[in-house]
Design a binder for this molecule. Sequence first.
Ligand code: CA
Length: 375
Amino acid sequence: MKRREIVKVLGLGVAAAGLAACTEEKKTVAADCAQPAASAAPEKPETIEWKMVTTWPKNFPGLGTGANDLADLIDKMSGGRIKVKVYGAKELVGALEIFDAVSRGTAEMGHGAAYYWKGKTRAAQFFAAVPFGLTAQEMNSWLYHGGGMELWEEVYAEFGLIPGAAGNTGVQMGGWFNREINGVEDLKGLKMRMPGLGGEVLKRAGGTPVLLPGGEIFTSLQSGAIDATEWVGPYNDLAFGLYKAAKYYYYPGWHEPGTTLECFINKEAFEKLPADLQVIVRNALRVANQDMLADFTAKNNEALQQLVNEHGVELRQFPDDVLKQIRALSDEVVAEEAAKDPMSQKVFESFVKFREQAIKWHAVSEQSYLNARTL
Ligand code: CA
C-alpha cells in the first residue's frame, strides 16, 4: 500500500471513530452532537508547532530522511494540525544531547537510537540492538506483540518521555577495517566506533569501543583517531564515504541484527494533544517504522555493488569460528550487563524469552526458506 493510501485509510478510520463516538454519545448527551451542522462556521483548528531534534546529519539518507518523512506524515495525517520542524544534529542541540533536550521540553520529539542513552539508563540498549539478538521482523514482533513496548515505556517514563519505534535498518554490516579479521585476537587493541552492547562485547574481546555520532565517523577514521568503525550498511556507509578510509568491509553485523530507530516524545506535550491527534502520531510512527526498513532493503544492494565494483572495496565475511567465539562472548556480556540493575534484568528476561521462541519458529520458516532459496 502506498503511503498516500495508508494516510487515507487511517484518516477515514479516525473520522469514522469520531462519528461513532458522537452517535454513541447522542443517546445520553444530545447537546454537543446535535449542533455541529447548525453552527456552520467551523473554527479553524489551532496549529500545533513541534520541533524534532535528531542525531543524524540533516537529510542523511535513510535515517535523516526517515525523520523528515515521519514529520511530513504527521502533518498530512493530521490535516496540517500538527507541524513538525526537523532539526539535524547540531542545528538546535548536539547529536547526543537530544534525549535531554526532549526530556526537558526544548523540543517535543527526538529521533535517534536507544543505545545512545545507555549512560542514562542501561536498559535502553535492548530497544535498539542486541548482539545476536532479534532481526527487524522479530524486533517489531517483540515490541508490538511481545510486551517489549510496554517495557520501553516503563524505562523512559522517569525521563518524561514516551518512546516509539520509528525505523529499522535490517541486518547491518560488520564494519570497516584496515586489517583482516581472521581470529578474535585480531580485535585486540582495536579502537573501533561501536555503540551499545556490541561495544561491550568488543571490549571483552580486547578492543576499545568508541561512541561517536555518525557525522564524526569519517574524519575520526581518516585521521587515525579510531582504527575501525561500524556504521549501518552499504546505503549509509557509501554516503559517508567510509570506503575512502578503510579497505575491508566485513559482514554480517552480528552486533546489530535489526536495529530499531526511535522517536521519543515529550510526555507532557503528547498528553496535551486531543485523543485523535495522539492516535495519528502513534500511527505515523508505525508507518515510518515500516517504511524505513523498506527503504534500506530497496537501496542497500545497489550501494554495495557500487562500493565493490566502483570503489574497489574488499568485501569479507567474518569466519565462522570468529562468529562462534564472538557469540559466546556476547551471551556472557549481555547477561552480565543485564544483571547490573533490576530494570535491565527485567527487559533482558522478556527479550531472551521472546528470542527463544523466535529462533524456533524462524528455524522452520524464514531461515529454512532463505537457505532453500540459495541451495
Ligand atoms: Ca551501527
